[in-house]
Design a protein around this ligand. Structure first.
Ligand SMILES: O=C(O)c1ccccc1N[C@@H]1O[C@H](COP(=O)(O)O)[C@@H](O)[C@H]1O
Length: 229
């Protein structure tokens, strides 16, 4: 099981996620998000634990130059992109780093299109569609019907996101078959305010849900076909 904790916007939350064993930490560069950080803020948070898990930069329909500007101050290992597959491909080609493409789904019938969209990319972030009126495409604390993912074996790795919490992540993993999960709202006390206990509990609950798979058993994990690079 791999776990990403997204929306890192304070040092204590970041330290807690790293110390609790997060496999990825996410930084949101979308100004309308309550988790938005400037590149300088992200770099300062990351400096608390140099050499910690891969840093995932989240961008919504970014200009390539916006990403380039962030990279001048904040090194990123992976990009999580909300936008077209063509944009995601262009980002991958220009920056030479893994790109995870986010796709909102609500039915099993939408999964083939999601898989197609991910062709040539490194992973799919499968999540709920934003509720009507939402002013951001993710981070809305809404869950999808996890059962639509049961038995899905796309050609590329995928992570499950959207409305996950320490309380429901085990059920989500069991129902969907996900081997990588991502959370933001579910480890907060209010939008944008991370809760340290909930971060620890989320990581523990995720790992306990799939005890045979952990970041330290990579070979076994990769052999499932859901390894996330
Ligand atoms: O977190 C945000 O504010 C955000 C803004 C814009 C796009 C995506 C965002 N977050 C991502 O959305 C999913 C689900 O989040 P949640 O757990 O339901 O809050 C996750 O991938 C976040 O990284």
């Amino acid at each position: 099981m791999r776990v990403k904790i997204c929306g890192m916007n304070d040092a204590a939350a970041y330290e807690t996620a790293v110390d609790a064993g997060a496999d990825y930490v996410g930084f949101v560069f979308f100004p309308r998000s309550p988790r938005f950080v400037t590149p300088a803020q992200a770099a300062a948070i990351r400096a608390v634990r140099p050499g910690s898990p891969p840093a995932v930069g989240l961008f919504v329909k970014p200009e390539l130059d916006q990403i380039a500007a962030v990279l001048e101050t904040m090194p990123l290992d992976i990009f999580q992109i909300y936008g077209t597959p063509e944009l995601a491909q262009a980002i991958r080609a220009r920056f030479g780093r893994p790109v995870w493409l986010a796709r909102g789904v609500s039915s099993r019938g939408e999964l083939p299109a999601a898989e197609d969209a991910g062709q040539g990319l490194d992973a799919l972030m499968i999540e709920s569609k934003p509720p009507p009126g939402a002013d951001r495409p993710g981070g809305n604390a809404t869950a999808l019907d996890w059962s639509i993912l049961a038995g899905w074996t796309p050609a590329l790795p995928w992570l499950l996101a959207g409305g996950l919490t320490p309380e429901n992540v085990a059920e989500a993993i069991a129902a969907s078959g996900a081997m990588a999960v991502d959370v933001s709202s579910g480890v907060e006390s209010s939008p944008g305010v991370k809760d340290l206990t909930r971060i620890r509990n989320f990581i523990t609950a995720s790992r306990n849900a799939a005890p045979g798979l952990s970041a330290s058993t990579d070979a076994e994990y990769e052999s499932t076909g859901q390894g996330v690079s």
